[in-house]
Design a protein around this ligand. Structure first.
Ligand code: URP
Ligand code: ZN
Ligand code: ZN
Ligand code: ZN
Length: 470
């Protein structure tokens, strides 16, 4: 009998710290050897000329999440994770969202039913807390953290989810006690409502004005407020989907003060701008770029790159939140009446890695080890999946992407594997592309062909984040 079920031979192994010519030996779904030469595996994959990197971990995706009477999300666990593996991602962390009034445990159980047997890649759940009642904060949340749901998100905007300052403080205090990592959506609710009303009164209702209604100022203000609350309650926080300089500078300021404030950014903030979309966004088709926070301008993109280069941001996530570009999604009859009814969010789980490689590594803005940190390793460390996920070394799950750094591709919808009917990155030319995705030792996608099946992916009970409260 062979020592290895599978070996990956002749490639260059890239981790967050090293780039080495090595073979990788896999047994029982895990990496058991990284060596000069591994002979005699039951199956060998020739990776010469390719990079061998940890499978992507996308710690911010939305799948089959309720939308409070709005259009349905176009991806469920099956189609969303199929898109993930096609893009080189082997773990996703979507959100079990608490509708106001619902018990958290029931929400989690229902979300498991959405996922069971459907996923093409591994997954864990964050929680979304919309109703921080005494029983939620006193019992349910701490118990769920013990059960492996070790992070949750809170919102400072959106009618159905916003928490006021008092609630934020109570939730932060709870997170400190149960050592959960808090993710914060930082945009100021009242300011956005005010801006929205003024724009509507002036007849400015096209999708383009979505961005005008929530400028960087409202994101900066909310980021600062969240940081202040975190300081008061002495709890680490992760500010997610940072769109530009203003919020980035708040995070950097807090980090320079020695605070445990972390940052996440996303493809839309380096690949899209409000200006690029202006022509389109003046008619209803612009709705397909509506997400929050919205894409900004070129100066903001430059600031995001500075944040990525300087380590202000630990994670690069997709914030995949797909809606169809049609009457049952971005162009619903209601959405045509005002930007405020256009469902917020864009697809991106499949294109996340190619966008960061293409605009980042291929253009000399970041190195390949930083790429691995930003797309995989740091997500595993931040969210309690390390050292099971996120690197290539003995003991880690054999979640691997074989990457062709010379491959030129143009991102287009016909290449995509999810259920959404468009990609916001249509026409973006990139160099660098995933050619094979391996999940726990099993090739699940090769050259865009899906080899895996629903149910290949398993639920991940996560550990306490080493970045959460001590
Ligand atoms: O527009 C976005 N990002 N929708 C997804 C929900 C969220 O706030 O992350
Ligand atoms: Zn289950
Ligand atoms: Zn958000
Ligand atoms: Zn999101």
């Amino acid at each position: 009998m062979s020592d290895y079920d599978l070996s990956i031979r002749g490639g260059t192994v890239v981790t967050a710290s090293d780039t080495v010519r090595a073979d990788v030996g896999i047994r029982g779904g895990r990496i058991v050897a990284v060596a000069d030469r591994i002979d005699g595996a039951a199956r060998e994959i020739d990776a010469s000329g390719l990079l061998v990197m940890p499978g992507g971990i996308d710690s911010h995706v939305h799948l089959a999440q309720p939308t409070f009477g709005g259009p349905k999300m176009s991806d469920d666990f099956e189609t969303g994770t199929r898109a993930a593996i096609a893009g080189g991602t082997t773990t996703v962390l979507p959100f079990a969202m608490q509708p106001r009034g619902a018990g958290l445990r029931a929400v989690v159980n229902d979300y498991h039913k959405e996922a069971d047997g459907k996923a093409f890649c591994d997954y864990g759940f964050h929680l979304i807390i919309t109703n921080p009642s005494p029983s939620v904060l006193g019992q349910e949340l701490p118990a769920l953290v013990e059960d492996g749901y070790t992070s949750f998100k809170v919102f400072m905007t959106y009618d159905d989810m916003v928490l006021n300052d008092r609630e934020l403080l109570e939730v932060f205090e709870c997170a400190r006690g149960c050592r959960a990592l808090v993710m914060v959506h930082a945009e100021g609710y009242d300011a956005i409502k005010f801006m929205t009303e003024r724009l509507e009164q002036a007849g400015k209702t096209a999708p383009y004005y979505h961005g005008v209604s929530r400028p960087e100022i409202v994101e900066r203000e909310a980021a600062h407020r969240a940081i202040s609350h975190a300081e008061l309650t002495d709890v680490p926080i992760m500010i997610v989907h940072v769109s530009g300089r203003e919020a980035m500078e708040q995070i950097r300021w807090a980090q320079n003060r020695g605070m445990k404030v972390y940052g996440e950014t996303c493809p839309q903030y380096i690949a899209l701008t409000a200006d690029d979309m202006k022509g389109l966004n003046m008619d209803e088709s612009g709705g397909k770029y509506v997400c929050s926070p919205p894409p900004r301008d070129q100066a903001s993109q430059a600031a995001i790159w500075q944040g990525l280069q300087a380590g202000v941001f630990q994670t690069f996530s997709s914030d995949h939140c797909p809606f169809m570009d049609g009457v049952d999604g971005k162009r619903s009859p209601k959405a045509r009446t005002s930007f405020k009814w256009v469902p917020n969010g864009i697809p991106g789980v499949e294109t996340r890695m190619a966008v960061l490689w293409g605009l980042g590594v291929a253009q000399g803005r970041i190195g390949m080890n930083e790429f691995v940190a930003l797309t995989s390793t740091n997500h595993a460390k931040m969210y309690g999946l390390y050292p099971k996920k996120g690197s290539i070394a003995p003991g880690f799950d054999a979640d691997i992407v074989l990457w062709d750094q010379n491959r030129k591709e143009t991102i287009r919808q016909e290449l995509m594997h999810g259920a959404c009917d468009y990609t916001p990155y249509e026409g973006l030319a990139v160099t660098g592309w995933p050619v094979m995705t391996i999940l726990k030792g099993k090739p699940v996608c090769e050259e865009g062909k899906i080899l895996g099946a629903p149910g290949d992916g398993a639920f991940l009970k996560r550990g306490i984040s080493p970045y959460a409260s001590k």
